[in-house]
Design a protein around this ligand. Structure first.
Ligand SMILES: [Zn+2]
Length: 121
């Protein structure tokens, strides 16, 4: 796993999923298979943020990118309708994100995690 500083345009792309405006718009970290992109250097030392992204890595290992991406995006689109196009709520209720957000503070979680835990959320 490589931790890298995100290129400037990444903030603009992920900003599309966020309803926030201004400087906080977009992401703090983004998991992308072998890389974790961080918006700033501070994020690279944030254990909670790193744990969150590594939970996505565990999900990806069991799903492969071929299933991870369609499930992630399909769940997001479904949620857009479910939550009346509230993009932030739609994003936070993606099952794969729910597992990561609910357990990002539990640093032992990845060791004890049950496979496909996100399915039960
Ligand atoms: Zn996430």
């Amino acid at each position: 796993m490589r931790f890298v500083h995100a290129p400037w345009y990444m903030k603009n792309i992920t900003g599309l999923f966020s309803k926030e405006k201004g400087a906080n718009k977009g992401f703090t970290a983004q998991y992308a298979v072998f890389w974790i992109f961080f918006k700033d250097k501070k994020g690279m030392e944030n254990k909670t943020l790193i744990n969150h992204e590594l939970i996505h890595h565990e999900q990806l290992k069991e799903l492969t990118p071929f299933l991870f991406l369609p499930i992630y995006l399909g769940n997001y689109i479904f949620n857009l309708f479910k939550y009346k196009f509230d993009r932030d709520l739609a994003y936070r209720n993606i099952r794969l994100e729910k597992e990561a957000y609910q357990n990002e503070n539990n640093h032992a979680y990845r060791k004890n995690r049950k496979r496909y835990a996100w399915m039960k959320l």
